[in-house]
Ligand binder design. Structure first.
Ligand code: SAM
Length: 275
């Protein structure tokens, strides 16, 4: 059983979460001291076992053997929903493979809390978790976010928030709307809204607490006009492409149907093309 716990405000623990923690024979958790504080706040005494990215594989056989003997095992993370940029996925897979059902007490998660309060589109969104810190992986992730039509949700540490906002502004353009959701559900909760460049400037003076960055999706491309298509085909032919290749590449680059491009391409002088 995966149980979500508060991301700041202890009042967000659900009645079912408390019930499952009370009934648990074992509580698997990232940090026994941190979960111990939550349990003692709830006046619950439970056996705990440390379960993080390094120990999930070793913990799984112990959990499975408890489940075989009919005991109840709960997995929590330090805060929020286990498995969301937190340990859990591996243990869940192994328990399912061993033939047991995995269920959940849903509850707080910083990603959804930030999204719904951001004011940005909620109908379709992408959860990116933490971006790579550097290198090609980070460049690819930034490029994906830049061309992504859905709202992107990014977890970040406070001391890297300014750098990530700067990189996002460079990749997506300075004007792209975004929101920094800081200290959700806590005393100093704040939603900072603006363009990526405004947020990068805001973050430059230092960011404290926990943050989620929510970035608006890439605006839809303006529909290509006939003259855009004719100009693009002309330029392809001029650089030596065959008419057939020019049609294919313009159709894909401008997001228009090949038939339309082909018909317009017939009016373009192909004296410099390969076919
Ligand atoms: N599993 C958690 C969840 O469901 O939200 C996320 C765990 S991840 C290790 C921690 C990251 O979540 C933080 O670096 C921050 O990006 C985000 N986060 C967690 N609590 C937050 C809060 N109260 N306000 C804003 N962001 C928070």
């Amino acid at each position: 059983m995966l149980v979500a716990t508060p991301i700041g405000n202890l009042g967000d623990i659900s009645a079912r979460a408390i019930e499952e923690l009370e009934r648990a024979d074992l509580v698997c958790c990232e940090d026994t001291r941190r979960t111990g504080r939550l349990l003692s706040h709830l006046a619950i005494t439970a056996k705990m076992m440390r379960t993080d990215d390094h120990t999930e594989n070793d913990v799984a056989p112990k959990v499975i053997s408890l489940l075989e003997s009919g005991q109840r095992v709960v997995l929590v993370s330090d805060a929020g929903t286990p498995g969301v940029s937190d340990p859990g996925q591996r243990l869940v897979q192994l328990v399912i493979e061993a033939g047991f059902d995995v269920t959940t007490v849903p509850g707080p998660s910083a990603a959804l809390a930030a999204l719904v309060a951001s004011g940005l589109a909620t109908s379709r969104f992408v959860f990116e978790g933490f971006l790579d810190r550097k290198g090609g992986g980070r460049r690819d992730q930034l490029a994906d976010i830049a061309s992504q039509p859905r709202t992107s949700i990014i977890y970040e540490s406070p001391n890297r928030t300014a750098a990530t906002l700067r990189d996002l502004a460079e990749a997506c353009g300075p004007e792209r709307p975004a929101v920094v959701a800081r200290e959700l559900t806590k005393l100093h909760e704040e939603m900072v809204r603006g363009s990526l460049s405004e947020l990068a400037e805001w973050a430059d003076t230092g960011v404290r607490g926990e943050v989620v960055i929510v970035v608006s999706g890439c605006p839809p491309r303006a529909a290509a006009t006939d003259s855009d298509i004719i100009r693009a085909v002309g330029s392809e032919l001029h650089s030596g492409a065959s008419r057939r290749d020019a049609v294919a590449s313009v159709a894909s680059a401008l997001g228009v149907g090949r038939r339309r491009v082909y018909e317009l391409a017939l009016s373009v002088d192909d004296s410099s093309s390969n076919s």
